[in-house]
Write a protein of this length. Structure first.
Lengths: 842, 217
């Protein structure tokens, strides 16, 4: 044990004292990366814990049975009743109208919720004023969200027109215990009673209604038995069973995906930090070479030297990791404050150890991978050079154990990334792409350096000096290009991607989107609907289609529950899907495989599905799809596959069935209108909702705004995390500038001695850093644009519009910082007088 | 030791044996190969041909770590620039080779050696809190602490004023005698060389003169 870790730690401790300050860049880079990864995981865990803790309240009971169009059957409800108390809720979208003498008639789309006397089974419904629920909802009373009151400029006691009834606002909604967890809602909440809903006449056959039956168990011990019994009864039916585990619904998936994406951006920050670690360790060892050589002279073997410095690096890393973990630990508390009013789920603000441990492990492993290279080189410092004061860092190939260590570390990082994202392909691709990007930037820097060396020396002295500084060996070009370039590339990619999404959404909305979507049009109303539109504006384009909902039960006899959940089309088999029937293909349909059925087709049911679904589930023409439509099982054979442009704002369906099967089923129509002017569009909407009280209109402009708001929120989170990568890059850049300070001092002194003025030196440095900024900016523009294009082409699968202006602006604004930071660092050496420098060095 | 050492082939036709306890001064102009010879003796520079033995061990083909372990017990090195570890106190610096050799009483022995060299009151001082002479005495203490077979000193007074240099050299010779170690002293100073029992003169990598003499105290 004489060369063991204990003695190495003893020496490491002596050396660490007072040297933590030299590891500023190391500490900042590591701290930021660990904090970003830990914070993303902690906030996501807080959200999940918040959902879990409030699961009963969010679900509205222990179980929920939900169905579209028709309620669950009596037999199923009898089973539910045997386990606990039941509450029935009916939800739909509807239009309310306020008649104010001064403002005229105003309409608003609302999320209508009709409840029974048992509601809510869990939690409390709070209103302002605090009145009994029975009183509030009795006698055509309604509880309205404050935003509805504001939008219609009405107050408590005012009357609203809802369908065929006049209802009275009795209270404002303060807390809705079973409010759905999501970022998006199409309208404010309006709560009424079942009796009031019946009076409105809105719950017509085929209307887009969701029936929910919540069950609160008499005895919590019955949970498993109840679940088994309900599952058996709902299997292959139109009713969907949800337990506490799925209380968060789609929000859980959203959190999972956002976490995965942000985690990868955080990991990029850490990898850039790793470059800072590598640079800082190299600079540190360069300054310790005398000590290392001395230790060797007095008999310390290389392995011992490695241990001493490995322990020092680990100890310093522990400080950075600890700082990052502390920041990450408080992130849920900050997020709870920041998300107030944006997310309806209460965050569970506590310390979540698992994501913190994972972030710490990421920090240590990154340090290990990036520090091992310089540390292994330090083992080979020549002790004999002490006699000649000739100390250089050994070059050459990595030793086999060091290479094996780095590979093992990369394997560990991959395993952790897999653990964090739960996606092997994504984690593997991320590590591979990151390493490739580092190699690409490094190679690019080498090429540029070589290219610059071939340029003839300019006659203008400061330009000559600048060019020499950039192309000389040991210039910061490579370090800046790799670390800062990587951060800048991420930022360019993020900004371009977000800009592309929002611009395309808006451009398509202006170019192609209809003005209004009209839902719940009864079959007998469709012709009068068309007549009204044509009468008001013959130029208004109408698109219409019958619609009802159904659930996929099986694909080729494979039950939906056993189908892969990892494919992009998983959403199709997850819940209820809208379907339609048509004798001829949609106007813009692109049939990929098979043929459309003849217009007069009368044979067994056929179905047209999206090409993407066919590919994801390996479906061929002739394969069978089993659907549950309104409680009945329907089997249809795939006749063709279509390419569907979901982002086109047209009415699109995954499933289009052949005619003859569903016409007799209760259904409603969906229609869109696109008018030549905004004024006509409003007139048409007003006339239609006047004429048909049960028809709800959804403004596409409003919907686009909602999507934009969600994109904006996501974009802010991504930009924030990408900002961390940039700050990591800046820290590395600052470290590089600091490391070259001695060299810069010597250069400037010699220049002064040979007659250069301060102005000459400053111009030379401005040119040098401008050259670095231009080169880094160009690289970031190309890599960032390429990444953004790849993201759209291969993952989002949407068109990509190049925006060179924005890319260049982002890259060069960022790179401009290079000039300022570099110059700021360099200027400090200008104040030293040559005489003082010479006295110290000669 | 027929040798030509160093990557540039600095040493040629060297055949040299230094008996235990002998004090040898090596003189020669700059670039003659004095330091290279010292580095070969310490096992810090590999030979391109020939062989080298240290304390009965053939070090010609020894790997770096084995050489390090051999140095721990048999070689003490003193540099012109002292080469103390700046983050360690005087006693910690002296204790390093002893601790590396696994001596449990390393610190006590380091304190004793430093006290013998008159630094008993400077034990816990860091190198930058010591004068040049004191730093070199700590370096001597570190070199002799493990009672080496051979002491190699590369212009140990080069960074010191004449008076301090005189004191240090006296202590170095005494220290070498006290542990019975051979001493190889590289110097430009002819007077200093006369205090050794043997003077080697080197020029162009070759020993041009090897004369025993009666050492003066």
């Amino acid at each position: 044990m004489n060369e063991g870790w204990r003695l190495a730690w003893h020496y490491a401790r002596c050396e660490i004292r007072g040297s933590v300050g030299r590891f500023r860049v190391f500490l900042v880079a590591l701290l930021l990366g660990v904090a970003a990864i830990g914070a993303v995981g902690s906030v996501a865990d807080s959200m999940r814990a918040g959902i879990d803790k409030n699961a009963r309240s969010l679900l509205g009971g222990d179980f929920e049975l939900s169905s579209r169009h028709i309620p669950p059957d009596a037999e199923l409800l009898a089973v539910a009743d045997s386990f606990g108390q039941r509450s029935n809720i009916i939800q739909m979208r509807a239009m309310v109208e306020a008649s104010k003498p001064a403002a005229g008639r105003q309409r608003k789309l609302v999320e209508l919720k009709a409840v029974d006397s048992n509601y809510p089974l869990v939690g409390d419904l709070k209103t302002d004023p605090e009145i009994d629920k029975g009183t509030a909802l009795g006698a055509l009373g309604a509880i309205a969200a404050p935003s509805l009151l504001r939008a219609l400029d009405v107050s408590i006691g005012d009357r609203l027109r809802l369908g065929g009834a006049d209802i009275t606002i009795t209270a404002a909604l303060v807390t809705e215990p079973d409010q759905s967890v999501s970022f998006i809602g199409f309208g404010p909440r309006l709560i009424i009673s079942h009796e009031t809903l019946a009076a409105t006449g809105l719950a017509t056959q085929g209307a887009f209604i969701t029936y929910r039956s919540r069950i609160r168990l008499h005895d919590q011990q019955d949970r498993k038995a109840a679940e088994a019994a309900l599952q058996q009864k709902t299997m292959d039916s139109h009713v969907r069973l949800r337990g506490l585990a799925s209380a968060g619904g789609g929000f859980n998936r959203f959190v999972e995906r956002a976490e995965m994406f942000l985690m990868l951006v955080g990991l990029t920050a850490l990898l850039i930090g790793g470059l800072g670690v590598s640079g800082a360790v190299r600079a540190w060892l360069l300054g310790r070479m005398n000590v290392i050589a001395t230790l060797k002279c007095i008999g310390a073997p290389s392995q011992f030297i490695f241990k001493v410095y490995f322990l020092q690096v680990t100890a310093i890393a522990a400080i950075g990791v600890a700082g990052g973990v502390v920041l990450a630990a408080v992130a849920p508390f900050i997020a709870a404050f920041a998300f107030q009013g944006i997310v309806s789920v209460p965050l569970e603000t506590s310390v979540h150890p698992l994501p913190l441990l994972r972030a710490a492990a990421f920090g240590f492993l990154t340090t290990f991978v990036f520090a091992l290279w310089p540390l292994s080189r330090a083992r080979h410092i020549k002790a004999g050079h002490l006699f000649r004061s000739l100390m250089t860092m050994p070059e050459g190939q990595l030793s086999r154990p060091a290479l094996a260590g780095i590979m093992a570390g990369c394997g560990g990082l991959l395993a952790l990334a897999l653990n964090a994202t739960g996606n092997l392909v994504l984690a593997g691709s991320f590590i591979a792409v990151s390493l490739a990007a580092i190699a690409l930037l490094s190679g690019l820097a080498g090429l540029l350096s070589a290219g610059l060396r071939m340029l003839p020396a300019p006659h203008y002295v400061p330009a000559h000096l600048a060019l020499s500084a950039v192309r000389r060996r040991g210039s910061p070009l490579q370090a800046i290009m790799v670390a800062f370039g990587l951060g800048l590339s991420v930022l360019v990619a993020v900004i371009l991607s977000q800009h592309n999404l929002v611009t395309q959404l808006n451009e398509r909305a202006i170019r192609e989107a209809p003005d209004w979507f009209f839902i719940d049009i009864q079959p007998h109303q469709i012709q009068p609907f068309i007549d009204t539109v044509t009468r008001l504006s013959p130029d208004t384009a109408i698109e219409k289609t019958p619609m009802l909902r159904g659930r996929v039960i099986a694909l080729n006899d494979i039950p939906a529950s056993q189908l892969s959940k990892q494919v992009d089309s998983a959403w199709i088999v997850r819940g209820d899907r809208a379907l339609t029937w048509q004798p001829h293909p949609p106007e813009d349909a692109k049939i990929v495989r098979g043929d459309w059925w003849p217009e007069d087709y009368q044979g067994p049911p056929l179905v047209s599905v999206t090409q993407e679904m066919a590919e994801d589930y390996n479906l061929s023409l002739g394969d069978m799809i089993k659907l549950n439509i309104l409680g009945r099982t329907v089997q249809a054979r795939i006749a063709n596959t279509r390419h569907v442009e979901w982002e086109s704002f047209r009415i699109n369906f995954v499933f289009i069935l052949s005619p003859g099967l569903l016409e007799g089923a209760p259904h409603s129509w969906l229609a869109t209108t696109r008018s030549p002017t905004g004024e006509t569009a409003s007139q048409i909407e007003q006339a239609l909702t006047d004429q048909f009280a049960n028809i709800s209109s959804i403004s596409v402009q409003e919907a686009v705004k909602t999507v934009e708001r969600v994109l904006g929120l996501l974009g802010t989170a991504v930009k924030l995390t990408a900002g961390v990568t940039l700050v990591s890059g800046l820290a590395v850049l600052a470290g590089t500038v600091a490391a070259s300070e001695a060299q810069r001092l010597a250069d400037s002194m010699i220049l002064k001695i040979v007659g250069a003025t301060r102005r000459d030196i400053i111009i030379a440095w401005i040119l040098e850093y401008s050259l670095l900024a231009v080169l880094t900016g160009c690289a970031a523009t190309v890599i960032g644009t390429g990444t953004s294009w790849a993201l759209f082409s291969f993952f989002i699968k949407a068109d990509y519009a190049l925006n060179p202006g924005l890319a260049v602006l982002t890259a060069f604004a960022g790179a401009g910082v290079t000039v300022c930071l570099g110059l700021f660092g360099a200027m400090r050496t200008l104040g030293v007088r040559p005489a003082a420098f010479l006295q110290e060095t000669i | 030791m027929p040798a030509s050492g160093g990557q540039l082939g600095i040493l040629h036709d060297i055949d040299l044996t230094i008996p235990a306890g002998q004090h040898v001064a090596v003189l020669g102009p700059s670039g003659a190969g004095k330091t290279s010879l010292l580095m070969v003796m310490a096992g810090l520079e590999m030979l391109t041909s020939g062989s080298a033995c240290l304390a009965g061990h053939d070090i010609t083909d020894m790997d770096e770590d084995s050489l390090a372990r051999l140095r721990r017990g048999h070689v003490g090195i003193i540099f012109q620039a002292f080469r103390l570890i700046p983050s360690m106190s005087a006693v910690q610096n002296v204790a390093v080779p002893l601790e590396l050799a696994g001596k449990k009483d390393a610190v006590t022995r380091a304190e004793q050696v430093l006290s013998r060299l008159g630094l008993g009151k400077r034990l816990s001082h860091l190198p930058d809190q010591l004068s040049g002479g004191e730093q070199q005495r700590v370096a001597i203490a570190r070199a002799i602490a493990a009672r080496p077979t051979i002491l190699l000193a590369d212009e140990p007074t080069g960074n010191l004023d004449a008076a301090t240099g005189e004191t240090v050299i006296t202590e170095l010779l005494a220290a070498a005698r006290s542990v019975g170690a051979a001493l190889v002293l590289i110097t430009h100073d002819e007077t200093l060389a006369t205090r050794c029992q043997r003077i080697l003169r080197i020029a162009d990598g070759r020993i041009v003169s090897d004369k025993p003499q009666k050492a003066s105290r």
